[in-house]
Design a protein. Structure first.
Length: 181
């Protein structure tokens, strides 16, 4: 009789261990899928932001700063592969404040955070060289270095743009970094 009770306790312990391992395995698989879905959502929003920037945009009254600031129109600053200087300047001015940055996210149809900057070859371009504000990175105010972004997932999207102004006439990379913060 005592031997049967001994084996019964071992059997219950084995079942408990098996259930615990199964629970942990299922939980990890579920977390992995949810992280993958979150990453895919960030990637989709990053491409959407990139596509918006690469469009001509729309300003109903032809005063983009006022239109975009009052949440009307559509953000964009590229026409036929060339950056439209005044629209780019209006966007950088809009995103230089917290309120303007939040408005830009509404106009872009996203809830994720983003920054954008220009790159020539493999180095950052001084934005001031292109007649823009003296910051290097535009987007979430206060971010001056990508290393300061704290997020599990960053998505980088790169597009080519022709900058044509008084200072330069070059094809450069437009880099958009998106993350959920």
């Amino acid at each position: 009789m005592k031997k049967a009770q001994f084996w019964y306790a071992d059997f219950l312990l084995a079942i408990l261990i098996l259930v615990t391992i199964s629970f942990l395995f299922i939980r990890n698989i579920t977390d992995l899928n949810s992280k993958q879905d979150k990453l895919q959502d960030i990637a989709n929003d990053g491409v959407s932001i990139s596509n918006s920037f690469m469009s001509e945009g729309y300003c109903p009254s032809n005063n983009c700063m006022n239109d975009w600031g009052s949440i009307s129109g559509r953000i964009g600053f590229v026409k036929q592969g060339k950056a439209i200087q005044y629209k780019l300047t209006n966007l950088t001015n809009l995103t230089s404040t917290n309120k303007g940055y939040d408005i830009s996210k509404i106009l872009l149809g996203t809830k994720i955070n983003y920054v954008f900057y220009f790159q020539e070859n493999n180095s950052n371009i001084k934005i001031s060289d292109y007649g823009l504000a003296p910051n290097y990175i535009y987007g979430k105010p206060g971010i001056t270095d990508l290393a300061n972004i704290s997020s599990e997932s960053l998505i980088k999207t790169t597009r080519l743009v022709y900058l044509d102004n008084l200072v330069t006439k070059k094809i450069v990379r437009l880099v958009i970094v998106a993350w959920q913060g």
